[in-house]
Every structure is written in C-alpha cells, then in structure tokens.
Design a protein around this ligand. Structure first.
Ligand code: FE2
Length: 310
C-alpha cells in the first residue's frame, strides 16, 4: 500500500487489492510551500472560484432532495435520501456573489468547499504533478490502455459548523454497482495543507463493491461510519498519508470519504480516463496555456490532448 518509488505494477496491484496506493515523499517542500502560500490569496479572488453550493441555506430551509436519478428504482424503499446525500456540485442552491466577494473566511460559513476555475492556468505549479510521465504510466497500467487527463481540480475544504455532505460521507463516485468499461478511471490526490505528522482526513473501505450485496451497496451510499454494518466498518482504512505524500485510489470500486478539516484543506485532484469516457466533453473546457503545452513530450501531449489550449 505504501511506496517509496513509482513501480507501476506494484502500485496497480495495491490499487486492485486495497483500492489505494500511497506514494511516500513525492512532493517537494518547495512545491507545497508555494501552493500553500498562494491559495488563501486566490480564494479571496471570487472571480477565480466556481459557483459554490449554499449548504447553510439548504440546512436552514431543510430543502428536500429527490434527485436520486442514479438509484435503481427497486432500492427506493431502502435508501433514505436527504439534501446532503448528493455531490456538492449538483446542489442547486448557490452562494451569492455578494457573499463570495467578502472573502473565504466569510463565505466558508456558507459552503463546505470550493473549486478553482481553470486550475492549470490559475495554479500552474500543479502542472509538474499533473503531467508527470511516471504517474501517467501508473494510470496506463491500471486502465490497460493509454490514459488521458479527464479532469483536474484544486478544491479547498473549510472548517465550519455546517453538516457533513457529499464526500464527508462514505460513497463511491460512480454510485452505481457497475461502471461501463469505457468509463473506468483512476484518481490521484495530492494534499498541500498537511503539517508535519498531520494525517490526511481521508478513509477508504477495503471491500470491493462486487463483494457488497446490492441492497447494502445502495442503502449505505452516503453514510456516516457509525451507520455502516460491521463487516464494512471494520474494513475502514485511514491511510498513512502525511505531508509530501500523494495517493492514487479507485473511487468507483471502493467506498471512501473525507472528514471535514480542522483547518483549510487544499487538495489537487487528477482523474485519468480512457478515450471514450463520458466526461471528455467537460475535459474539453479545461484550459491550458499553449506556451506550456508546446514544451510537452509527445507522450504528455497525447495525455493532454482533450484540453483546451489558449
Ligand atoms: Fe469521492
């Protein structure tokens, strides 16, 4: 599960078995410090932030959510849905511009997390991680075909008194028991906020979804650890991801969550996909500066092929 160097086969074996593979000491102090210093300033430029979901509002009004389009009808009776059990981006109540303009110390009382627009442009320091050829090789081994950058995000999570939502609860990203072969993907996460000896807020359940009964799989989609049945609860892994570490994980086959942070959490998300993945139309909206793209190797250019060059 833990690796000091990038050995694609070993990492992929761990991913298939445990759902996760941690690369120790991957990030340099310099990269971490640069990003960590920069992010709070960028968070206060509301024009750089994607419209955030207003969790305070949906809590106050107890808005109902019946948008469980992913839930097979026959499980309607056993799944207790509410407004917190959905991806934060799908929540239709948004934080107003006037609130966003007051800075992140203020707007973080309304939302649990925000994502930057155009991360490759606004936080160019992430490029050396996103386009690292060795990491691309790991994705290739896992996907068994040439990987493409499907999505990249820099998302910040806040300490506040709002309820747990979305990724604070155990879930699989795809939410369905089966993923079409063409949509198979792998995620890479890099934390930038961890202090020495501070562990990542992330947990993963080491039970592959095909080993979970369909009833349980759907019933426990978006659950707290305390709500899980024993056989899942006892398989919760809190991986030893510390400062400088990054980790690959399989978000469709393994239930996972991230606790709300004690202070600002800064995360880079990279999604490696196959060429016919459903998210490619979204990929084509991710901007990259031509001047950087030009410097890429042929392999990197292929990997970045769906991005929008500006
Ligand atoms: Fe997730």
């Amino acid at each position: 599960m833990y690796f000091n160097s990038i050995k694609p086969l070993d990492l992929v074996n761990s991913l298939n078995k445990n759902g996760i593979a941690v690369l120790k000491n991957y990030l340099s102090n310099e990269t971490i410090e640069t990003i960590k210093k920069k992010i709070p300033k960028l968070l206060n430029k509301s024009n750089l932030i994607k419209t955030a979901s207003n969790i305070k509002e949906i809590k106050k009004n107890n808005f109902k959510n019946s948008n469980f389009y992913w839930l097979p009808k026959k499980f309607n009776k056993i799944f207790y849905g509410n407004q917190y059990k959905q991806p934060t981006g799908e929540i239709t109540t948004k934080v107003s511009n006037s609130i966003m303009k007051k800075g992140y110390k203020f707007y973080s009382k309304y939302t649990n997390s925000v994502e930057f627009k155009d991360p490759l442009v606004n936080v160019p320091e992430i490029q050396k991680i996103v386009f690292n050829e060795k990491l691309i090789k790991v994705a290739k081994k896992f996907l068994k075909t040439d990987p493409y950058l499907g999505y990249v995000a820099v998302r910040c999570h806040f300490k506040n008194n709002l309820p747990n939502i979305d990724f604070n609860l155990f879930h699989t990203d795809g939410r369905n028991k089966k993923t079409k072969n063409e949509n198979k993907l792998i995620k890479l996460l890099a934390p930038f906020h961890l202090e020495k000896k501070q562990k990542i807020e992330f947990s993963i359940i080491n039970v592959k979804r095909n080993k979970i009964k369909s009833e349980d799989y759907y019933k426990y989609q978006y659950s707290k650890a305390s709500e899980l049945p024993k056989y899942l609860k006892k398989k919760i892994i809190k991986p030893k991801v510390y400062k400088k570490d990054i980790y690959f994980f399989d978000p469709d086959n393994f239930l996972h969550n991230a606790k709300k942070p004690k202070k600002l959490r800064i995360m880079l998300y990279i999604i490696f996909v196959k060429k016919n993945n459903y998210m490619i139309p979204k990929t084509k909206k991710i901007k990259i500066k031509k001047k950087y793209f030009r410097l890429f190797s042929p392999r990197q250019k292929k990997f970045a092929k769906y991005l929008c060059q500006i």
